[in-house]
Design a protein around this ligand. Structure first.
Ligand SMILES: O=C(O)C1=C[C@@H](OP(=O)(O)O)[C@@H](O)[C@H](O)C1
Ligand SMILES: C=C(OP(=O)(O)O)C(=O)O
Length: 450
């Protein structure tokens, strides 16, 4: 077994199964058929929580995700003195109007890239001294371009371990206006993080983006949410020199019902694809959602699935035989690279996934990790700098390592619909975005044993 220590300190009280060494998955006895209730979107939840906290007045956020990433977001906002009341999947947030009630303290953001990239700017608008810490992996993930941009706009950072990464101390003294430059190639979250804070700067901020933006739709999602909370950013994203200008102002409290998490839906749509089954997920209008992973549906159709896009549901029916033999650019929706890599095993031709070099900086080096784990199953894989090629094969049962990465665990679990006694280490890591994942599989007829 690999020597690999998950960072259990990043598991929140909303996690489950972090005490379990491994899960064994066996395929369901009957064809997969059913409706799966998917929890709220991580990306929408953390954006809404932070904007509601900055806003003037009381916001109601319904359809909230209850997972590690949202737990640490709420915990950090409470450390800043913001009152957040949770009732089921609804949060009531007493916004601070841009003046954080407290002016110093320590914030822990777990393993959440969204919080690590969205909070520094939001804190920099005020006056205070804040220590920000995160999981071991999050402390290795890139942050420098955002910190440099915030430094240029007036924030001061000191570093407790490595330069320009967590853990850090932020001395906030308001954000100046002006132009900030950010690269687009490493993480869209840097851009979102600066945009969220920008209305509270002392003068308008223009964010200029250098190079192509990975996962650009997440920037659009940020702009849409800012508009819902009353901001008026002006974006020009489709040009060679993309920029966004944000006028000064304040967010206004807003009541909002969040969509289910499309990234999580993808694992269930993939299960329908793999088993010639039929799975329906409720609450998503595929023609309107801003969540980029909705692109999965088009690729599933290319693989032979039948997809019904309802006004408030999506249903996927898998074919007798999945088709492969194509290349997909994952630049815009790279969280599903792992899911497609697993689907590729069970098709009639190799699949190449490209333009996803940035996922080497996610919860683990996802390209290296998926190649290693598929290799353990006897699957032929070619690793590329920006992706991988997966060749169809017959996986043998194995113990797979989830690399403390919720998407590794959820993607690898799909193999359990085809292979008996598939084992995955540290199943609790799914709680970053979907603590009840293995219970959802059990409800569909999988045998799940810890
Ligand atoms: O803004 C967001 O909510 C997200 C942006 C993406 O990150 P990167 O742009 O850092 O790749 C995505 O992978 C992540 O799951 C959510
Ligand atoms: C990359 C991801 O998360 P994060 O928000 O931590 O970047 C993810 O959920 O796949």
């Amino acid at each position: 077994m690999d020597v690999f220590q998950p960072d259990l300190a990043a598991r929140s009280p909303w996690s489950a199964h972090s005490d379990k060494q491994q899960v064994t998955i066996n395929p369901p006895a009957a064809a997969l058929e059913g409706t799966v209730r998917i929890p709220g979107s991580k990306s929408l939840t953390n954006r809404a929580l932070i904007m509601a906290a900055l806003a003037e007045g009381k916001s109601q956020i319904s359809g909230l995700l209850l997972s590690d990433d949202s737990y640490w977001c709420i915990a950090a906002l409470e450390q800043l003195g913001v009152k957040v009341a949770i009732d089921g999947e609804t949060a009531y947030v007493d916004g601070c109007g841009g003046n954080w009630p407290l002016s110093s303290g320590e914030l822990y953001v777990g393993a959440a890239g969204t919080i690590a990239r969205f909070l520094p700017g939001a804190l920099a608008i005020g006056n205070g001294v804040w220590t920000i810490k995160g999981s071991k992996r999050l402390s290795e993930r890139p942050l420098a371009p955002l910190l440099d941009a915030l430094t240029d706009l007036g924030a001061t950072f000191e570093y407790e371990q490595s330069e320009r990464s967590l853990p850090l101390v932020l001395r906030a003294n308001g954000l100046q206006g002006g132009t900030a430059m950010l690269p687009g190639s490493t993480s869209s979250q840097f851009i979102s993080g600066l945009l969220i804070a920008a209305p509270y700067a002392k003068a308008p901020i223009t964010v200029r983006i250098e190079g192509e933006v990975v996962q650009k739709d997440y920037v659009e999602m940020t702009l849409e949410m800012m508009a819902l909370f009353g901001a008026a950013p002006e974006a020009s994203l489709s040009t060679d020199a993309p920029f966004i200008t944000v006028p000064t102002g304040k967010y206004e409290a807003h009541s909002i019902l969040l969509e289910p998490d499309v990234s999580t839906c993808c694992y269930f749509w993939a299960l329908a694809a793999l088993t010639a089954g039929r799975i329906r997920t409720e609450g998503i209008d595929a023609s309107r959602t801003s969540q980029p992973d909705i692109a999965m549906l088009g690729v599933l159709e290319q693989m032979g699935c039948t997809v019904v896009r309802g006004e408030s549901f999506v249903e996927v029916q898998g074919p007798e035989r999945l088709k492969g033999g194509f290349t997909v650019s994952m630049q815009k929706w790279s969280d599903q690279t792992l899911t497609l890599a697993v689907l590729a095993i069970f098709t009639d031709g190799s699949i190449t996934l490209k333009d996803a070099a940035h996922i080497r900086h996610h919860e683990c080096d996802r390209i290296a990790a998926i190649c290693t784990e598929l290799g353990k199953l006897g699957i032929h894989v070619m690793e590329h700098e920006d992706g991988l090629t997966v060749y169809p094969g017959k996986p043998q049962a194995a113990l797979l390592n989830s690399h403390d990465d919720h998407r590794m665990a959820m993607a690898l679990s799909l193999i359990g619909s085809k292979v008996s006694n598939l084992r995955i280490s540290d199943p609790g890591c799914v709680s970053k975005t979907n603590p009840n994942y293995f219970e959802q599989l059990a409800a569909l007829g999988f045998q799940i044993n810890y």
